[in-house]
Design a binder for this molecule. Structure first.
Ligand SMILES: *Cc1c(COP(=O)(O)O)cnc(C)c1O
Length: 389
């Protein structure tokens, strides 16, 4: 596909953005350029690339694709989602302040509290389902309002456009971690956010075989700073990983459609099951922000959290009885995964905070894969039978 200014649909961009068949061979997939350094025709006058940390052709294709998918002017690829967050946080200075959603990813919480705080960057945590709390949390030193939507694991939503309107008025940048939705279902920049962050480890790569991260923005000053910091901090991905993520992106829209279709069906069936106390899924009309999900997302995603009508032991029996769902952390791959937030992904959060966030011992999180939905339901149904035996 010739890259031009015509607005292609997301499905078309996912297959083509960032690369067109190269002039010398016509290869329809980007070459994996493993070189760590690039010969210069004259001293100090390199061609487009000089050194592999500063830039790489395979990485440049991925970065262009990411920018196109999120509707931003520039993308930056990193060696992990945490590396993307770390680099973004290094645009701040001692004394600066961040307002964060109260249930951000554990690794992001750890960066705020254990890494940035000693450098003089304080973070306040706010429940962004109620925006009356946002304006009071913002101070003259606030530089970022940073959140995930949907959140992990209770799948709460925040209204990106409403947050962005408040922040624009106050001159604060809005950072949306779009890992759970992926750009196939939600494009925060189009709702007014300044920066989108991804753990490409999850849906964007989608095959559970790469750890990677990304930032996308159209903010010119921020682009300049991120470009400097990406090279200066050096948390860059390998060319091979860039290639794999780019290959994953080609099927992003079809994968997301499959994740959404199966998760929607499973969420409904789970909600009607006698051994389930409650289902958290933005696609259910019982979700407190279902209307916002319809407005802000083109599909409610592939993640479901389920409160079982049992205790910790019941959750253990449920998870161990699963045969198709693998018991594992992470999410967003083609294979279905199940995990227990209180014992696994959120174990480092003190029990009292977990309780306040609604992460009970009976809560299990499902990442619905692209297997046949009948096999997934049979697996869940039989594990639910095992749950209280
Ligand atoms: C996994 C994850 C991250 C961190 O990404 P890594 O690739 O594991 O470093 C950040 N945010 C969210 C929402 C995640 O799920």
């Amino acid at each position: 596909m010739k890259q031009d200014s015509r607005a292609y649909a997301f499905e078309t961009l996912a297959v083509h953005a960032g690369y067109e068949p190269d002039a010398s061979h016509g290869a329809v997939m980007p070459p994996v350029v493993m070189a760590s350094t690039f010969a210069q025709p004259e001293p100090g006058k390199p061609l487009r690339f000089d050194y592999g940390r500063s830039g790489n052709p395979t990485r440049a294709h991925l970065e262009a694709a990411l920018a196109a998918l999120e509707g931003g002017t520039r993308g930056f690829a990193f060696s992990s989602g945490c590396a993307a967050a770390t680099t973004l946080l290094h645009t701040l200075e001692p004394g600066d302040h961040v307002v964060s959603g109260d249930d951000v990813y554990g690794g992001t919480f750890r960066l705020f509290e254990k890494v940035m705080k000693p450098f003089g960057i304080a973070t306040s945590f706010v429940d962004l389902t109620d925006l009356s709390r946002l304006e009071t949390a913002i101070t003259p030193k606030t530089r970022f309002v940073w959140f995930e939507t949907p959140t992990n694991p209770t799948l709460k939503l925040a209204d990106i456009a409403a947050v962005s309107r408040i922040c624009a008025k106050l001159g604060v940048r809005v950072v949306v971690d779009n890992t759970f939705a992926s750009p196939a279902l939600q494009r925060p920049l189009l709702h007014g956010a300044t920066v989108v962050l991804h753990s490409t480890t999850k849906y964007i790569n989608g095959h559970s075989d790469v750890v990677g991260g990304a930032l996308v923005t159209s903010d010119t000053d921020l682009c300049e700073r991120l470009s400097f910091l990406q090279n200066a901090l050096g948390a860059v991905p390998s060319p091979m990983d860039c290639y794999l993520v780019m290959r994953g992106i080609k099927t992003l829209s079809v994968r997301m459609k499959a994740h959404v279709a199966s998760a929607s069906e499973l969420a409904q069936r789970l909600a009607a099951h006698p051994r389930v106390a409650r289902v958290h899924y933005p696609g259910l009309s019982s979700h407190p922000q279902h209307e916002l999900a319809l407005r802000q997302m083109s599909g409610p995603g592939g993640m479901i959290s389920v409160e079982l009508a049992s205790d910790l032991e019941g959750s253990r029996r449920f998870l161990q009885a699963l045969r198709v769902f693998a018991l594992a952390e992470s999410l967003g791959g083609v294979e279905s995964l199940a995990e227990h937030p209180a014992l696994m992904t959120h174990a480092s959060i003190p029990a009292i905070n977990r309780k306040a966030l609604g992460i009970s011992d009976a809560l299990v999180r499902l990442s619905v894969g692209i297997e046949h939905v009948a096999d997934l339901w049979q697996d869940l149904d039989s594990a639910l039978q095992a749950c209280s035996s």
